[in-house]
Design a protein around this ligand. Structure first.
Ligand code: DNO
Length: 350
């Protein structure tokens, strides 16, 4: 297991130098943020980022994300150019030593929550998804803006885009995903890069948009689209595990056995009675997921991929990017280290 930590580049209030001080930290998970989706990342920008991360004593091996342009998801003729650009990014990142690229195939909106500063009983705040709040949200009329959302769309453009996806439907989205994978996975193979799709978060359709990377059946289908080890998963415990309908322990075991889990986002969520969830501290008893069981499965399979603590609460008065402060993620990292060390010292692998 290679412990890693997400960093949003120089503007991130969490400094690389602080991340370095977390025990056992191996690598930084980051991206080039100033190129719009679909563009090519310059070799110079990649080299600078690599140098900056390595100078801080950390490895530059995981990118999250290289975004997939909407035209690829929609299967428009312009996808050819964007796919060629995507292939070029994989080549360039591979040349720079990147081993794993995390991406998603969610139409329009990335991860979605209904509140980013929900007060928990202990006085911290967390990201939550409450169904009754979601029902009141309308991306076309509301003022709402969440970090996972692309704020560059005008309301009219957004309306047109949502309309295009409604027409497209799930099956065609699968087709477009297969088309994309058939083009990029061979390049990833040649470049020594593991592609690791992030599950849809939450794993169900929102605002009438189709979502397909949601549960076991669909992940099986996804892995079968291109049967290559380079066509793999980011196993996000909090995304897949935010509904008890997903048996994440069984799924993790199965996909590890297949050698298709390259990256793990380890976080905990607490299911709520309305079918939604609240993000909690990593500690098992704080949420609905059993972190010892999750790491135990990874350990049994000799997991040598990347794992990062995921969203944290805001604690100790920290302010900053919701879910991505330093303190609670660092607590999460230390807790995950503790579980892993115990497993190393007490369990046999294989
Ligand atoms: C949320 C993240 C996601 C993830 C993308 C991957 O915190 O896990 O935004 O980075 O979906 O493309």
């Amino acid at each position: 297991m290679k412990l890693s930590f997400r960093w949003y580049g120089e503007p991130d209030p969490v400094k690389l130098e602080y991340i370095r001080q977390i025990p056992n930290m191996h690598s930084i998970v980051t991206a080039i943020y100033d190129v719009p989706p679909g563009g090519v990342w310059s070799r110079q920008a990649i080299a600078q980022l690599k140098q900056r991360v390595e100078q801080a004593g950390l490895a530059f091996e995981v990118i999250e994300s290289v975004p997939v342009h909407e035209d690829i998801k929609l299967g428009l003729p312009s996808r050819e150019e964007y796919i060629a650009n995507y292939q070029e990014n994989i080549r360039r990142l591979g040349e720079a030593g990147v081993k794993c690229i995390c991406y998603n195939f969610m139409p329009v909106f990335d991860w979605t929550r209904t509140q980013l500063d929900y007060p928990l009983a202990d006085g911290s705040t967390a990201l939550v998804y409450h169904k009754e709040q979601l029902e009141k949200m309308d991306p076309l009329t509301g003022e709402l803006s969440l970090p996972g959302w692309d704020s560059s769309y005008q309301k009219q453009e957004l309306q047109a885009l949502i309309g295009q996806y409604e027409q497209l439907g799930e099956e065609q989205l699968w087709e477009n995903l297969a088309y994309f994978l058939r083009a990029v996975i061979p390049v990833a193979e040649q470049s020594g890069v593991m592609m690791a799709i992030h599950p849809d978060d939450p794993p169900w359709g929102i605002f009438g948009l189709p979502r397909i990377i949601t549960g076991e059946q669909n992940l099986d289908r996804f892995l079968g689209l291109v049967d290559s080890p380079n066509n793999g998963l980011t196993f996000c415990t909090g995304s897949l595990g935010c509904t008890p309908q997903n048996d994440i322990y069984h799924m993790l075991d199965k996909y590890c056995a297949m050698g298709r889990v390259h990256f793990v986002h380890a976080r905990n969520v607490k299911w709520t009675a309305d079918g939604g969830f609240e993000e909690s501290a990593h500690f098992s008893q704080c949420g609905s997921l059993d972190m010892v069981r999750i790491l135990g499965i990874l350990h049994r399979h000799g997991f040598a991929g990347y794992l990062r603590p995921d969203h944290g609460r805001m604690i100790w008065g920290e302010t900053g990017r919701p879910g991505y402060g330093l303190y609670d993620r660092a607590l999460g990292a230390s807790y995950l280290n503790g579980i892993w060390e115990t497993l190393e010292k007490t369990q046999k692998k294989g």
